[in-house]
Design a protein around this ligand. Structure first.
Ligand code: GLA
Length: 408
């Protein structure tokens, strides 16, 4: 019966909409914002931990800081609640109900508060019968939930895939996208559909994912550690041919949240995550405690040069050129005939590595380039066919440059 329902939904969608795919005008560059999950998880213990439990208090506090401390002005615009905002049951009309103790003013008022700070508001739901945290999921309620979100002023939906049938994903995610569009409200649509399929060893139709979603997770959740960030980077490196080409204005591959400012990364490792997420044209969705953040982490998060690379209008996702002896070379084509080139040193051997690369190594075909160090945009290095790029890269560190052809 379930399968028949899906087939009917899909036939209805195709009849109304044709096969043109997602066209909601959103996500022309990768989204930027803040999300509860990595840092605050499913903390519902407001008695013992009132400032950190998932609640309207937490969301308002982050919105205040994003507006007051430069994050919004740097481009971070979405404030998103992940799992564990719901109460245990729907109401008698089948509508979703937030936990009344932690969200006493209701979600509509919370989104109005976020909007009053000139920020956008996002929320989480799940395609299956329950969310990953065990709260009521959207299965069989997708239209109702899409309408509820629009009514509440939601601007961004993260739609998870726990407690569902993997084979229903293409039609189910498409159905939710259809109902979101039908509300008439512009709602950015973030999906987890490829991740669950890939880790189950199943193929993903990325062309269809791109038509359906503005953003899609391909791999495991980021954790608060260097090994997790590196594992994600390596997965992206070894799967470039599978999903890289589907990224572009309107839809992006999602290597998960930015964890700068938390417990697990050193300063060098934080530089790696910011620079690599720029190379990967990845969303800059932070999950951290902006009330307590090191100034060095904040400076990286607000680094306009890195953000400009991340947000480059062409939206071409970078690729791994080569990896040797724990040194990865990544390259991303940018607008104005520029190329971002990153050198990532995975090694833990304490001393910086001295490295030398020719233009051929870097797949740069002209004879002369100016390499500008990209974190500060202050140092320039001339590289020619005869003169290689000589650099020093810290352990667990990254050097990032913007290469521009020179006509001498
Ligand atoms: C999954 C997702 C995470 C987060 C949790 C919430 O694990 O991948 O990003 O949304 O569910 O329960």
């Amino acid at each position: 019966i379930k399968m028949t329902c899906w087939i009917l939904v899909v036939v209805a969608i195709l009849a109304v909409r044709g096969l043109h795919g997602l066209d909601n005008g959103l996500g022309l560059t990768p989204p930027m914002g803040w999300l509860t999950w990595e840092r605050f998880r499913c903390n519902m213990d407001c008695d013992r931990d009132p400032d950190n439990c998932i609640s309207e208090h937490l969301i308002k506090a982050m919105a205040d800081i994003m507006a007051a401390n430069g994050y919004r002005d740097a481009g971070y615009e979405y404030v998103i609640i992940d799992d564990c905002w719901l109460g245990p049951e729907r109401d008698t009309n089948g509508r979703l109900v937030p936990d009344p103790n932690r969200f006493p003013s209701g979600i509509k008022n919370l989104s109005a508060y976020v909007h009053s700070k000139n920020l956008k508001f996002g929320i989480y739901q799940d395609f299956g019968t329950k969310t990953c945290g065990g709260f009521p999921g959207s299965e069989f309620y997708m239209q109702t939930d899409a309408e509820t979100f629009a009514d509440w002023g939601v601007d961004y939906l993260k739609f998870d895939g726990c407690n569902s049938n993997l084979y229903d994903f293409p039609s189910g995610y498409e159905a939710m996208g259809f109902f979101l569009n039908k509300t008439g409200r512009s709602i950015f649509y973030s999906c987890e559909w490829p991740f669950y399929k890939i880790v189950s060893g199943l193929q993903v139709d990325f062309a269809k994912v791109r038509k359906t979603c503005n953003l899609w997770r391909n791999y495991y959740d980021v954790q608060d550690s260097w090994s997790s960030v590196l594992d994600i980077v390596n997965f992206w490196g070894s799967n470039s041919k599978i999903f890289t080409k589907y990224a572009g204005p309107g839809g992006w591959n999602d290597p998960d949240m930015i964890i700068l400012g938390n417990f697990g990364l050193s300063y060098e490792e934080e530089r790696v995550q910011m620079a690599m997420w720029a190379i990967l044209a990845a969303p800059l969705i932070m999950s951290n405690d902006l009330r307590h953040i090191r100034s060095s982490s904040k400076a990286l998060l607000l680094n306009r040069n890195l953000i400009a690379i991340n947000q480059d209008k062409l939206g071409i996702q970078g690729i791994l050129l080569q990896k040797q002896n724990g040194i990865q070379i990544w390259s991303r084509d940018l607008s104005f005939n520029r190329t971002a080139v990153a050198f990532l040193n995975e090694n833990s051997d304490g001393m910086p590595r001295f490295l030398s690369f020719s233009l051929v190594d870097l797949k740069l075909t002209s004879s002369t380039y100016n390499f500008t160090e990209a974190f500060d945009m202050k140092t320039n290095i001339l590289v020619t066919r005869q003169r290689p790029l000589k650099i020093k890269v810290n352990p667990h560190g990254i050097n990032l440059y913007i290469a521009k052809e020179m006509h001498l």
